[in-house]
Design a protein around this ligand. Structure first.
Ligand SMILES: [Zn+2]
Ligand SMILES: [Zn+2]
Length: 314
């Protein structure tokens, strides 16, 4: 059970930005904390990392942002100094702060973020598009890391909000997307984004994108991978896989684990494409916006909704 409670408003220090939050999306990692599968660092705790808002104040030394400007937050604060960060693989930074999981989240009226991770956006982008920027960046990074090129086909397993955003990104990239999803409403939404329902026969695919994190889906997906295929795993399941080394060796599988995204290129790409006339709106994957007072209902809906559930913070 969640409660809406009053906490002192944060203040911004040097190099930080205070943001009046407008909307925050819910995702699997939030649900894991909510359901007690992933303990928060302390209680009470503020969840949420998929947030958009407006600049309310700026700290000393902050340049390029003004009060009132619309922004989205890149909620993985890497250290920018360690070897992976210096090599551009900030997602592998051991000192990475994960907003809503290791530092307080964005499901609150005000939040504070380091200026490097605050992205200005145009004022006319709909809020429901903005709350999808973070998970859309996860999808984009998976696509980028896969190396898949237009004209190829792939299998996407799982059409929760991450799977839907991945279907959308792949379709826009010119890939023929087959999707496997047991929830009929989610499957239907994926098809409305241009994906096709995966055939149930023995067809194989040169690429697999696994978004559910369910071990069975990973095993099944790998069995449908064509020889020399590439499997990109995004879903963060913890149950062990039943897989022999031979399964991978004989299939000559390239296995890619795709964790979040790398700063700053991936976020820059998603933010830059927000108003591109050739792109369909990110908000097409959004289900309902819930008011903060109904946050429990929002979390209950997020587990099964066809599309991303988000909280409208007014
Ligand atoms: Zn997320
Ligand atoms: Zn680092």
């Amino acid at each position: 059970m969640l409660s809406v409670t009053s906490v002192p408003d944060p203040t911004c220090g040097a190099g930080e930005v205070l943001i009046r939050m407008r909307g925050t999306g819910l995702c699997g990692s939030d649900l894991a904390v909510y359901a007690g599968r992933r303990p928060p660092p302390r209680r009470p705790w503020i969840l949420g990392h998929e947030g958009a808002g407006r600049v309310a104040a700026i700290g000393v030394g902050v340049e390029g942002l003004t009060v009132g400007q619309d922004v989205v937050i890149e909620p993985d604060y890497c250290c920018l100094a360690c070897p992976p960060c210096r090599e551009g693989r900030t997602s592998a930074c051991a000192g990475r702060a994960a907003v809503g999981l290791t530092v307080p989240g964005l499901l609150s009226e005000y939040a504070v973020a380091p200026v490097e991770f605050v992205w200005p956006v145009a004022p006319d982008v709909p809020l429901k598009d903005l709350v999808c920027v973070e998970p859309a960046t996860v999808a984009w990074a998976a696509l980028r890391r896969s190396g898949i090129t237009p004209g190829l086909s792939c299998l996407v397993t799982g059409a929760g909000s991450q799977g839907l955003l991945l279907c959308r990104a792949l379709v826009e990239h010119g890939v023929t997307v087959y999707v496997q999803e047991p929830n009929a409403a989610r499957l239907e939404r994926a098809c409305s984004l241009g994906a096709l329902s995966a055939p149930q026969g023995g067809e194989t695919f040169p690429y697999l994108f696994e978004t559910s994190g369910a071990s069975g889906a990973v095993e099944q997906g790998l069995r449908r991978l064509a020889p020399y295929g590439t499997a990109v795993l995004i879903g963060l399941g913890t149950a062990p896989l039943e897989l022999s080394p031979r399964d991978l060796v004989a299939g000559q599988v390239t296995l890619i684990g795709s964790m979040v995204y790398d700063h700053p290129g991936d976020f820059a790409r998603t933010v830059g494409a927000l108003r591109s006339p050739s792109s369909s709106p990110l908000g097409a994957v959004v289900s309902d916006g819930y008011p903060l007072d109904d946050v429990d209902e929002a979390f209950a809906a997020a587990a099964t909704a066809s599309g991303k559930v988000w909280v409208d913070l007014g």
